[in-house]
Write a protein that binds this ligand. Structure first.
Ligand SMILES: Cc1cc2nc3c(=O)[nH]c(=O)nc-3n(C[C@H](O)[C@H](O)[C@H](O)COP(=O)(O)OP(=O)(O)OC[C@H]3O[C@@H](n4cnc5c(N)ncnc54)[C@H](O)[C@@H]3O)c2cc1C
Length: 480
């Protein structure tokens, strides 16, 4: 079970048992060498259009590099849109100090202007405020929006919720406006290597296998697909039962009469508990949070979390998608039958991408480990400052964490940066700091660094921190 602050309950299923049919490697075949067309050449290739990837591509292109962003699906946003995990948390620390600016803040402001984001007003960040505390607790959002301060009082956090559909459109706009080229429906299978230098990537598309060449590649696949087969130092340990050691199967139900639900719940909470118990007994998973956007009244989110220590095995992913969907529909059927307010509801949307939260990571030029959670001084090459992601009392003593540029730099390979969940970190650091805003910060820095390296004809590891820092500050990052 993930260890969070007081009052946070994390409900998820432990690793599942199923009959495994595949057959790791009993037989092999030889794949013959063949010529494939080089369809593009660029300065910077960003692989993966999730939170890390879009920030990388936008900032590489805005910094003047010829940039291509490659994404396997037909939309951008990764888990934040396709995984339906659309909460961008901990943008200020528990004392209300704003920590995450740059790309992340820009996206939130752009979405807010289109009614595609909501968040509490600045005056209440880090403060007790009954109206907002009640609103977020009722929505079942304690972990993300409400936390205990040192007097054991509930305070409100700066966290944003975004509309995934508007976000997909806005992210396309940001990437194209910046001047990057976007290649959707393009699956990167491997890096192209020359010695220990990454020279591009091989992709599979409906038009066949193709090559794209570049001077710098940024791995933003979340799962570390570019580093997977490289002979470099890496790690994939995840503690069983932790937040990152789990899949997520998320779906939304709409048309819920939450006033009716509240009436029954307020009048007779025991009866509601019984209803939850009955649905659980019959095989449903009815715990839900409420959509917070004004135009999403009557929408509830169900996040089914399923423990797994390896989130890239297609056999397990197939099993979970089938099983996850079955349980989701069953859950809705039972809620419709037993839960007041759900009589006229329907399943509005299920996650287009199975939720993956952890896995392969580099052991880079700096390896962030659990001791860095206790660090009080920034690094000499700090590229991001994060508000602590609820480590209970530790968050009160140590409300910020720092990330150095070196955590994006793999060892023993040139022309490569990692700006996603696969950044250089041990299990504990990753558990708290691989979320959407964090990956956006990695991408913001990696995009600028890649462009600087290309313009100056130097290795990404030789980019001067002072120049990177200046450009990060100019583009809205909040640094020490
Ligand atoms: C159930 C669940 C709940 C979560 N809740 C939250 C939350 O509330 N708030 C929060 O901030 N974080 C949350 N997270 C974590 C967060 O979503 C991720 O940590 C974050 O999205 C990581 O961003 P990323 O860019 O590293 O990777 P991803 O979001 O995984 O994006 C990777 C992108 O790369 C693409 N890609 C992958 N491989 C390839 C390839 N080979 N070729 C081309 N494209 C490829 C993918 O399609 C995807 O678009 C949650 C995660 C899960 C699973």
């Amino acid at each position: 079970m993930a260890k969070y602050g007081k009052g946070v309950v994390s409900v998820y299923d432990m690793p599942h048992e199923y009959e495994r049919k595949t057959l790791d490697g009993s037989k092999t075949i030889e794949e013959g060498a063949r010529e494939i067309p080089v369809v593009r050449e660029a300065d910077v290739i960003v692989v993966g259009g999730g939170p890390g990837g879009v920030a990388s591509a936008v900032h590489a292109a805005r910094s003047g590099a010829k940039t291509i962003l490659i994404e396997r699906y037909g939309h951008l946003g990764g888990m934040a849109t396709g995984g339906l995990v659309n909460i961008i948390p901990n943008l200020a620390n528990i004392y209300g100090e704003h920590c995450i600016g740059g790309f992340c803040q820009e996206l939130i402001e752009r979405l807010y202007a289109r009614d595609g984001a909501c968040f509490p007003p600045k005056e209440v960040w880090g403060k007790g405020n009954n109206e907002y505390v009640d609103k977020y607790l009722k929505a079942n959002m304690r972990h993300f929006y409400v936390r205990k301060d040192k007097n054991d009082e509930d305070v409100v956090l700066y966290t944003a919720v975004v509309d995934p559909e508007i976000a997909k459109d806005e992210l396309n706009t940001m990437v194209l406006e910046a001047g990057a080229e976007l290649m959707l429906h393009t699956w990167v299978t491997s890096p192209i290597m020359e010695g220990n230098r990454v020279k591009g990537v091989v992709v599979e598309t409906k038009a066949g296998r193709q090559a794209i060449l570049g001077k710098v590649v940024i791995d933003c696949t979340g799962d570390g697909d570019i580093i997977r087969d490289l002979d470099i130092e890496k790690i994939d340990y995840m503690r069983p039962g932790s937040r990152i050691a789990q899949f997520g199967w998320v779906f939304w139900i709409c048309g819920v009469d939450l006033d009716k639900y509240d009436e029954v719940n307020d009048a007779d909470p025991e009866k509601m508990k019984e209803i939850f118990g009955k649905i659980m007994e019959e095989g449903g998973r009815p715990f839900f949070s409420r959509g917070l956007l004004d135009h999403q009244k009557g929408v509830v989110w169900l996040h089914r979390l399923i423990g797994s220590l390896q989130q890239t095995d297609p056999e397990e992913m197939t099993y979970l998608d089938v099983e996850g969907r079955k349980t989701a529909v069953k859950t809705w059927e039972l809620m419709k039958k037993y839960m007041p307010g759900f009589e006229n509801s329907f399943i509005m949307l299920s996650c287009p991408q199975l939720g993956t939260s952890g896995g392969l990571r580099i052991i880079g030029e700096y390896y962030l480990d659990e001791n860095d959670l206790e660090r009080t001084e920034p690094f000499e090459d700090t590229i991001a400052v994060f508000a602590d992601n609820d480590r209970g009392d530790r968050s009160l003593v140590n409300p910020k964490a720092y990330v150095p540029y070196r955590a994006l730099l793999p060892k023993g390979v040139e022309g490569l940066l990692v700006a996603c969940r696969a950044f250089s970190s041990d299990h504990e650091f990753s558990e708290f700091f691989n979320l959407i805003p964090h990956c956006m910060c990695f991408g913001h820095a990696a995009g600028i660094a890649a462009a600087l390296a290309v313009q100056q004809g130097i290795e990404v590891r030789d980019v001067k921190y002072e120049e990177l820092r200046e450009k990060l500050l100019e583009s809205g990052a909040i640094l020490p």
